[in-house]
Ligand binder design. Structure first.
Ligand SMILES: Cc1ncc(COP(=O)(O)O)c(C=O)c1O
Length: 415
């Protein structure tokens, strides 16, 4: 008999029960051309190259040579991992506060995730937290720009150069965000994006890879789209590699293209409102909004986060979050599940049982995954509250309302 469990939900469904006084991402603002592009796909009998059109537009917007459309960021990062020529048991250093989609592909290729702790008070890892973890097995660093705040990339790139490591970005939460005036997703050797329904450029499901590397782009297309098959005259498809069907569907491309036409303006609005809200909430004693580093020149946020100082309040962070939600901030709450070394319980099981690739050899060290793996990130998430419905619908008045709600809840629970 199978055990009863509650399956995880996603997209609009996961926000279904949220109500509040503040705007919500859903129903999404759709680019005005969405229906026309979808119609084109249908009218053409699927012959239109909507995927190519989206890929060219996204690449051009970023000033990057190659954009490869995928069904999401999970498959985008999986296609990249499959295209690497690393060996099973090789290590990839990765941000600990993220989504499962960051990890799935590299784990599936039998690479070992090594989680670098976050910088205190932030959601991102840094060169300082990465450096001690570099070993003779390290091949790459995967940086997640969590909540849209870019990692401090220059020191990370410098460190990677010294150790000859590949650096790539999970730019899912930072579409059109900027680091020192450079667009997220163009800061390293390659990047993955998500256009899932909840993201800043929400287009149901969808994603892509950006890279300037011709060989990598060709390998990703060959393995991820052509399923590792080349055409042999007189025979047909010859599968010379283990390939995957990570193709972006035409209808997804149509929606993504339409969303792309409105995203710049939306991100500009989001950048303004999040900065204002950060300023207002920063004035409340005992509450610390996520700091926005000076190098973050455009903050493409989809999530607002704040930490509470437990010494100053009589309630727990969970109770504080629940009260924010009751008072009208849709979906406000803690998010401990973002801590991947703790959330991916199978990793600890594999490491403990020495399942391949944790068996010895090839891995040359002991691995362990849990809340103790990244104590700074764990402690941070314990008192961090977020809501992931920041969007272009926020007005200045909404920022003042959000700050007032936070202040009211803080005063009600102040010690
Ligand atoms: C940081 C990050 N990486 C990867 C993913 C996975 O993206 P997708 O749902 O497009 O596969 C998400 C989605 O929540 C994400 O936030």
């Amino acid at each position: 008999m199978s055990e009863t469990r509650t399956r995880a939900s996603w997209g609009a469904q996961s926000h279904r029960d949220e109500v509040g006084q503040l705007p919500s991402t859903f129903p999404r603002t759709m680019g005005p051309s969405a229906m026309a592009y979808l119609q084109e796909v249908v009218d053409s009998g699927l012959t239109v190259d909507m995927v190519g059109r989206f890929e060219r537009a996204f690449a051009e917007l970023h000033g990057v040579k190659h954009c490869i459309g995928t069904p999401g960021c999970t498959p985008a990062l999986a296609a990249l991992a499959a295209a690497f020529d690393f060996e099973p048991g090789d290590e990839i250093i990765v941000s600990p506060i993220t989504d499962y989609g960051t990890l799935q592909g590299l784990v599936a290729q039998d690479y070992i995730p090594v989680f670098a702790d976050t910088e205190p008070g932030t959601v991102n890892m840094s060169a300082e937290t990465i450096e001690p973890l570099i070993s003779d097995r390290t091949r790459a660093i995967l940086c997640v720009h969590k909540t849209g705040i870019p990692c401090d990339m220059d020191p990370i790139l410098q460190l990677a150069e010294e150790h000859d490591l590949f650096v790539y970005e999970d730019a899912c939460q930072a579409v059109l965000g900027e680091y020192k005036g450079r667009l997220c997703g163009t800061l390293a050797d390659a990047a993955g994006f998500s256009f899932d329904a909840e993201k800043t450029m929400g287009a149901d499901m969808g994603g892509c890879i950006l890279t300037d590397d011709d060989d990598l782009a060709e390998r990703v297309r060959f393995i991820g789209q052509s399923r590792g098959a080349e055409m042999k005259p007189g025979f047909g498809r010859l599968h010379v590699e283990l390939g995957y069907a990570y193709r972006m569907p035409q209808c997804t491309a149509a929606t993504c293209l339409a969303q792309l036409e409105i995203i710049k303006e939306q991100v500009a609005t989001i950048d303004r409102v999040v900065r204002l809200m950060t300023e207002l909430i920063d004035e409340i004693p005992g509450i610390t909004p996520l700091p926005i580093p000076d190098y973050c020149t455009v903050y493409s946020s989809w999530m607002f986060g704040l930490s509470i100082d437990p010494e100053q309040f009589t309630c727990t962070a969970d109770e504080f979050g629940a009260q924010l939600a009751e008072e009208g901030i849709p979906g406000a709450g803690t998010a401990r599940y973002y801590l991947m070394p703790e959330a991916c319980t199978f990793l600890q099981r594999w490491a403990e049982e020495k399942t391949w690739p944790y068996s010895m050899p090839p891995a040359s060290r002991e691995y362990s995954y849990g809340e103790q793996t990244c104590p700074t990130a764990h402690d941070f998430l314990d008192t961090w509250i977020r809501w992931s419905t920041i969007c272009e619908k926020y007005t200045e008045d909404d920022c003042y309302l959000a700050a007032r709600i936070v202040r009211d809840v803080a005063e009600r629970n102040r010690r």
